[in-house]
Design a protein around this ligand. Structure first.
Ligand code: NAG
Ligand code: NAG
Ligand code: NAG
Length: 276
């Protein structure tokens, strides 16, 4: 059970060296598209967070860049942030959507729960090195990553009602449904649903303002990318998702039954160590 730090560095430097200095930018429109949604389920690039779905239609799950932060010492401090490109998920599911692009934030601080959401005019996904950034234009919400993915920062600015920043410093390597991240690997957890745990575990600093109250804490952060070309409830009708720490491992558990009734379980034990 040794040397998670070294294996992390090896993974990262392999990814960095195979990533050319190419950078790319994709604009996701806010409108629902006609015709088939096209999803990518085989990894083809070291840029784990690049968008994987084209032509999001009315019945597709689309794409979700998901983040959460939980304090292991103060369970009453937690938050989640969702950057969505989806007509079937999100905070107005089923309703006629004026934009499929939403940013949603829920913050728990003691007994108070603060929530805010906004719809974007477009989303700009751009990559540099192995890091990917996303701007949900019009909401004030964005996430960004350094070229080597050693840091991710979520920024919330007005007009968003919760403002401030959340900074993740990953300390566990990315994983796919069947093992560590690599090129030409399968990312399809269940038919029609892809999942990559890009930051299974991160030292995280939260510095937010919600209803004129400062919400500041350091805790354990997590980030994954979820996507699909059919409705999520059809790909994985039943599931349990959990994450946590057990000794020197960070655990991410996704157990479920897919649309064909097949059991799918993913319980990687991801070694980590603090880099302090
Ligand atoms: C959306 O795309 C999926 C995958 O290609 C397809 O199965 C589905 O029928 C499409 N839905 C619509 C409304 O076009
Ligand atoms: C925050 O402010 C909004 C709007 O004034 C109010 O509806 C909400 O209840 C407040 N939430 C908390 C937790 O104070
Ligand atoms: C944001 O969207 C508006 C309206 O579509 C557009 O004029 C503006 O250029 C966009 N900004 C970015 C940074 O994409």
């Amino acid at each position: 059970m040794k040397l998670p730090l070294q294996s992390l560095l090896v993974v990262t430097s392999t990814l960095v060296s195979s990533a050319t200095s190419r950078s790319s930018t994709v604009i996701i429109p806010s409108t629902v598209n006609d015709g088939p949604t096209i999803s990518q389920y085989i990894s083809s690039s070291p840029r784990l967070d690049d968008n994987k779905v084209l032509n999001i239609n009315a019945t597709a799950f689309g794409e979700l860049w998901y983040f959460d932060v939980v304090s292991s010492t103060r369970p009453d401090q937690a938050l989640l942030v969702a950057f969505l490109a989806s007509a079937t998920e999100g905070y107005t599911p089923g309703a006629a959507v004026s934009s499929i692009l939403s940013c949603e934030v829920v913050v728990k601080n003691g007994d108070n729960v603060y929530a805010a959401a906004g719809l974007a005019q477009n989303a700009e996904i751009s990559s540099s090195g192995i890091g990917t950034s996303g701007v949900w234009n019009g909401t004030g919400c964005s996430f960004s990553a350094t070229k080597d993915l050693s840091r991710m920062t979520i920024k919330l600015l007005p007009p968003f009602e919760i403002t401030g920043s959340i900074t993740l410093e990953p300390i566990a390597p990315p994983t796919l449904p069947c093992g560590p991240y690599g090129i030409n690997e399968n990312m399809e957890y269940a038919p029609g649903f892809g999942w990559t745990s890009i930051v299974p575990y991160a030292k995280t600093t939260v510095d937010l303002q919600a209803n004129e109250t400062a919400v500041q804490f350091k805790a354990d952060g997590y980030h994954d990318l979820n996507w699909g070309d059919i409705v999520f409830s059809e790909s994985v009708p039943n599931y349990l998702w959990a994450r946590g720490k057990l000794g020197p491992y960070s655990m991410v558990i996704l157990a479920g039954v897919d649309g064909n009734g097949r059991q799918r379980t993913h319980i990687p034990r991801i070694p980590f160590t603090y880099l302090t």
